[in-house]
Design a protein around this ligand. Structure first.
Ligand code: ADP
Length: 334
């Protein structure tokens, strides 16, 4: 497990839930999405109805689960949480759907990973508030149509393009989450430090923001490690110096690159003369899973201009050579 991975580890979920904003007001950043969502919720409240189904798309760690919880709390509704991979059979979904109460918010994380039969059941339920429950097994099984009370689905996906059109069309509102700016991440760590009762100096807050890859989950995780460090090696105050020392210990560099990112760049440069090299060859050469390289490391390296993806494979850019203190050979500069 890497300190810069955007997905949460199981162990970290409790720590995370303590830091979740509870109201839309408290949610930092994403100004456009926040305004749109506020309108959708206000309008539903005025009508005295459930909110439209809401789809949230964006990379992991940017606040989709948090927003689903906020939707439920703003609507004064109960929240049910599940995920695409957790629903193995359509029957699993049928039992969730048939237990919903009027006004409930059903959060489905990784909704693009629902199996086809569950997906079809879901869009019927979303559109007509109806589900067919199968009773019994084998030839004697019968299907009983059941009417559901009105409810709101909040779906989360890393890319809305991954959803089949019929499902995507059932959502009345789709919000896109963008990576956060440094000043927004700074506000997030300052708020988290306050909740954790940690003494965070402003310069250290900015430094954490810069190294968090635009991702609140990573910002909060770095804050926890830096706070540990300040407690063990000092008087608990997180100064710029203690933040630097802690980040060095965890091998997170000034650009937010960690060991894995540097291994990727060094691999391309030293073993494949800067590329192009295919993803699986590259991953194998550094002893990592292709999926880890592709989902944890690459998106940020591409976004920061250290790596480019071409049809022939991955290439380390001139900035990557420079970042590693190397100069790019003249014949590669073109
Ligand atoms: P996702 O579901 O997109 O993977 P989460 O909603 O689980 O992300 O957020 C990850 C962590 O980051 C949570 O601890 C949450 O409190 C924090 N977080 C995310 N977005 C914000 C935000 N806009 N303001 C404050 N904290 C945030």
């Amino acid at each position: 497990e890497s300190i810069i991975q955007p997905q949460a580890t199981d162990a970290e979920r409790a720590a995370e839930s303590a830091l979740r904003p509870k109201q839309l007001e408290e949610f930092v950043g994403q100004p456009k999405l926040r305004k749109q969502l506020q309108l959708v919720l206000e309008a539903a409240k005025l009508r005295g109805a459930c909110a439209d189904h809401i789809l949230l798309s964006g990379p992991p760690g940017l606040g989709k689960t948090t927003l689903a919880m906020i939707v439920a709390s703003e609507m004064g509704s109960a929240l049910r949480l599940t995920s695409g991979p957790a629903i193995q059979h359509a029957g699993d979904l049928a039992s969730i759907l048939s237990s919903l109460q009027e006004g409930d918010v059903l959060f489905i994380d990784e909704i693009h990973r629902l199996a086809r039969p569950a997906e079809e059941m879901l869009y019927l339920a979303m559109e007509d508030f109806r589900v067919d429950v199968v009773v019994g097994k084998g030839p004697g099984a019968t299907s009983i149509p059941l009417t559901l009370p009105p409810f709101t689905v909040v779906g989360a996906t890393t890319r809305s393009g991954l959803l089949p059109a019929p499902l995507r069309d059932r959502f009345g509102y789709t919000g896109h989450l963008e990576y956060y700016e440094h000043d927004e991440l700074e506000k997030i760590v300052v708020r988290s430090a306050r909740l954790l009762d940690a003494d965070l100096e402003p310069a250290a807050a900015l430094e954490l923001a810069r190294r968090s890859r635009g991702t609140p989950r990573i910002a909060n995780r770095l804050l926890r490690r830096v706070s540990d460090y300040a407690q063990v090696h000092g008087n608990g105050v997180i100064s710029l110096a203690s933040a630097h020392a802690a980040l060095e210990l965890f091998e997170v560099d000034p650009y937010g690159l960690d060991r894995l990112d540097r291994m990727v760049l060094e691999g391309i440069i030293h073993r494949f003369n800067g590329g192009p090299v295919g993803l699986s060859t590259l991953a194998m050469s550094i002893g990592e899973e292709p999926e880890t390289v592709e989902t944890v490391s690459e998106p940020y390296l591409v976004r920061e201009g250290f790596l480019s993806r071409t049809p022939r494979g991955r290439i380390a850019t001139a900035s990557a050579w420079k970042h590693l203190g190397l100069s790019m050979p003249a014949d590669l500069l073109s």
